[in-house]
Design a protein around this ligand. Structure first.
Ligand code: NAD
Ligand code: UD1
Length: 338
């Protein structure tokens, strides 16, 4: 298939490009590079053994999208492009509605115009809001606790309306839990601009000596050790989940499908710190800090629907998540030293 990856130069998009290219698909990345570095494409080429084209453009520019879609005879789109920093979304909500919601509408219009009605969308477990029960299955009620989450929810609703209006669409909504880790090669991984908001990249930078210590946000939650529990999923497993979802919607006659992509297992912040130290032999200094606004005690998936309907389950363990993250940090350190 000819597949367009919006946001394909980003963390998850670049990891999904690799197995798609290996499976023989023609992949084109479309990215405005607002949160990524074009050198990712060279490293992706080193992994796949062939160049992966990158078109620099913004999804809010419908003409640019139509040009690339028609130019490459695109049949399916995996839509990663979006802004994802929760704190920033609270401070600058219009930026999030514009980029994520308007951007997705522009993409859907371009897809409809070009007759490409197969779409996989990057949603998030954030759409479950405050968990009412655990594990979270796809029927759990949805709600949003911040503008970022609301953009994901609005897009999900928009996609449901589009699928209901035109049964030719094949749409997969993938609700990611907490993607971490890096490609086995250590060549691509998560490298956020500025100080990381998320746990694993923060730990990686403390390990590398680029940050002094980790602040553990709260140790008085109702969890085994008092720190927050999350469902961390290796990004390579997550990537394989996309390939499985794309295969599934190519065969189904259902216009809309929703799948959780998680492992079903929760680990605490201190579990993550200890695992990183043990696996990589590096100390992670930390201090206990106040709770972070908007955080929940525990959040983990029921991955059963994906297992049943996609034949996909996450296989990589916590050790693999920690070792690959560290390998990627090393690659960055070596590159910066050159
Ligand atoms: P990322 O920032 O690394 O990748 C997103 C890419 O989209 C970046 O390369 C960025 O430059 C690009 N982009 C942003 N706005 C664009 C626009 N208007 N036009 C073109 N390109 C644009 O983030 P990621 O972690 O790879 O996340 C990918 C998707 O998955 C996002 O939609 C995110 O909300 C969602 N998601 C991520 C996580 C996570 O923990 N990483 C969890 C749940 C959901
Ligand atoms: C966060 C977002 C979520 C988004 C996801 C991926 C919030 C409230 N939620 O999820 O909407 O989809 O990122 O971008 O921001 N922690 C620390 N110290 C740190 C960083 C994190 O103790 O420096 C803790 C957190 O309190 C939490 C756990 O580590 O218990 C995981 O945090 P994080 O990686 O930010 O992910 P989420 O909060 O689950």
């Amino acid at each position: 298939m000819n597949i367009l990856l919006t946001g394909g130069a980003g963390y998850i998009g670049s990891h999904v490009a690799a197995p798609l290219v290996s499976a023989g698909h023609h992949v084109v990345c479309f990215d405005n590079l607002s949160n990524s570095d074009p050198s990712v494409m060279e490293r992706l080429e080193a992994i796949t053994g062939q160049p992966v084209p990158l078109v620099t453009g913004d999804i809010r520019n419908g003409d640019a999208l139509r040009e690339v879609m028609l130019g490459h005879a695109i049949e399916a789109v995996i839509h990663f492009a979006g802004l994802k920093a929760v704190g920033e979304s609270v401070a600058e909500p219009m930026k999030y509605y514009d980029n994520n919601v308007r951007g997705t509408l522009s993409l859907l219009e371009a897809m409809a115009d070009c007759g490409a009605k197969t779409l996989v969308f990057s949603s998030s477990a954030t759409v479950y809001g405050q968990p009412q029960y655990l594990p979270l299955d796809e029927n759990h009620p949805t709600s949003a606790t911040n503008p970022y989450g609301r953009t994901k929810l609005m897009i999900e609703e928009m996609l449901a309306d589009v699928a209901a209006a035109d049964p030719e669409w094949r749409i997969a909504i993938l609700r990611y839990f907490n993607p971490v880790g890096a490609h086995d090669s250590g060549l691509i991984g998560e490298n956020p601009n500025g100080v990381p908001n998320n746990l694993m990249p923060f730990i990686g930078r403390v390990a590398a000596g680029r940050l002094k210590e980790l602040s553990v946000f709260g140790n008085d939650y109702d969890t085994p050790d008092g720190t927050g529990v999350r469902d961390y999923i290796h990004v390579v497993d997550l990537a394989d989940g996309h390939v499985a979802a794309l295969d599934a919607i190519a065969k189904t006659n259902q216009p809309l499908s929703i799948w959780n992509l998680g492992t079903g297992t929760g680990y605490s912040v201190l579990d993550m710190v200890k695992a990183f130290e043990r696996v990589n032999g590096v100390p992670i200094p930390f201090r206990i800090a106040p709770r972070r606004d908007g955080d929940v005690a525990s959040c983990f998936a029921s991955p059963e629907r994906a297992a049943r309907e996609l034949g996909w389950t996450a296989e990589r363990d916590l050790d693999a998540m920690c070792s690959s993250s560290w390998r990627f940090e090393h690659m960055l350190a070596t590159r910066n030293a050159d």
